[in-house]
Design a protein. Structure first.
Length: 373
């Protein structure tokens, strides 16, 4: 073998012969394979593992995409590269190309949340400011499009590089959905799953243009302003929503309590007592007829509503207002009222929601249980 042949063999050995990627980070979406001077030896081995795709980019254009498998890179199985001119000096010569590995697995525990309150027009409380947060899972479904639209030429693209952009889009869709669905603030806690499913569909309409898809979407909490929470607690403690006579009696009692706490001393207390008694007398006259009619009519028991409670994973214990009601999945019958539903399973965090069951409407609650750290 001549000196020229030895030099030629040594030069060819510098070119890439095996192209593969072993991801040990857990959060890398795109990884650019380091190719020496971007030259790949003809006949090189390409190894693409499960949940991966290999994207060849030649002179700024996506040339080809390879799914899981083992390939020998030559002109026969990469006709697009051949057409673009990667082998313009012959198939026996090395060729130049960038190789990007795209992770197509599901990326879980992606967080979202509202940085600022969202305005909601509520039929019970008027304008209400909401805050919300939760988690979602996403994956790349179109590797070539994802590189063109999002990752570009970054040598390594990780979840934190896109999380802020996705979070902004998620919060925007959440605000639109809340406004369109017109769910009363009192019913929001019972609509987490339904609202999450609708949001996932709306979000994917935008995300698929970037080559990604949201596979799961969870709302963990929607918080109301403190004054609205107090108003809900007052109604719950009163226990007489829909009964005007009892409501006014409750309001009169509240007025007496406030007067007793008034810093004005005896004069303030006397005025408060007078106002309370006057209010009580007025309301007694206004509602005396209604009360008499109610006494004449026998009280009808409330019609119970079918309530289905499931969990992920199943087999969790169900407690309603502190009383054990069985394990998931389970179908119960509850009278219209406000309840606290608690779902628990060893090794998982407790799922708890305050819900309001309305007459004539069946309800389904799915508790997504999160593993304890």
């Amino acid at each position: 073998m001549g000196i020229l042949d030895k030099f030629k063999d040594a030069a060819l050995n510098q070119f890439i012969e095996v192209i593969e990627w072993l991801d040990d980070s857990g959060n890398t979406i795109v990884y650019r394979f380091p190719v020496y001077q971007q030259e790949i030896k003809n006949g090189a081995q390409l190894i693409v593992r499960e949940s991966q795709a290999a994207v060849f980019v030649y002179e700024g254009q996506v040339a080809d995409v390879f799914g899981p498998g083992k390939y020998t890179i030559d002109g026969g199985n990469t006709p697009i590269l051949s057409k673009l001119g990667a082998w313009k000096y012959g198939f026996n010569s090395p060729f130049k190309s960038e190789v990007y590995f795209v992770n197509t697995k599901q990326f879980t525990d992606m967080k979202w949340g509202t940085a600022n309150p969202i305005m909601l027009r509520d039929p019970d409380f008027g304008i209400v400011r909401l805050r919300a947060f939760g988690r979602y899972s996403m994956r790349v479904i179109d590797p070539a499009n994802f590189i063109k639209e999002i990752a570009a030429t970054n040598p390594k693209f990780q979840t934190e590089d896109i999380e802020s952009q996705l979070k902004t889009a998620v919060v925007s869709e959440f605000a639109d959905a809340i406004g369109e669905m017109k769910i009363p603030a009192l019913d929001l806690a019972a609509q987490y799953k339904e609202l999450g499913d609708i949001l996932r569909q709306k979000i994917n309409e935008d995300f698929r243009t970037y080559g990604i898809e949201v596979t799961k979407f969870y709302i963990e909490n929607i918080s109301l302003p403190e004054e609205v929470e107090k108003a809900i607690d007052r109604r719950a403690s009163m226990g007489a929503i829909g009964d005007p006579s009892r409501y006014m009696q409750f309001q009169a009692a509240e007025a007496l309590r406030d007067a007793a706490q008034n810093e004005g001393g005896g004069a303030g207390l006397g005025a408060g007592l007078g106002a309370g008694f006057a209010l009580g007398n007025q309301m007694a006259n206004v509602f005396s007829q209604a009360t008499a009619q109610n006494q004449q009519q026998p009280t009808q028991p409330p019609i119970e509503v079918p309530v289905t409670i499931t969990s992920e994973p199943p087999g969790a214990e169900i407690e309603i207002d502190g009383t054990y009601e069985g394990s998931t999945p389970s179908q119960l019958s509850l009278a219209p009222a406000e309840y606290i539903i608690r779902v628990s399973k060893p090794g998982y965090k407790v799922w708890e929601r305050r819900v309001i069951i309305k007459p004539g409407t069946s309800k389904t609650f799915n508790a997504i249980l999160e593993k304890e750290a």
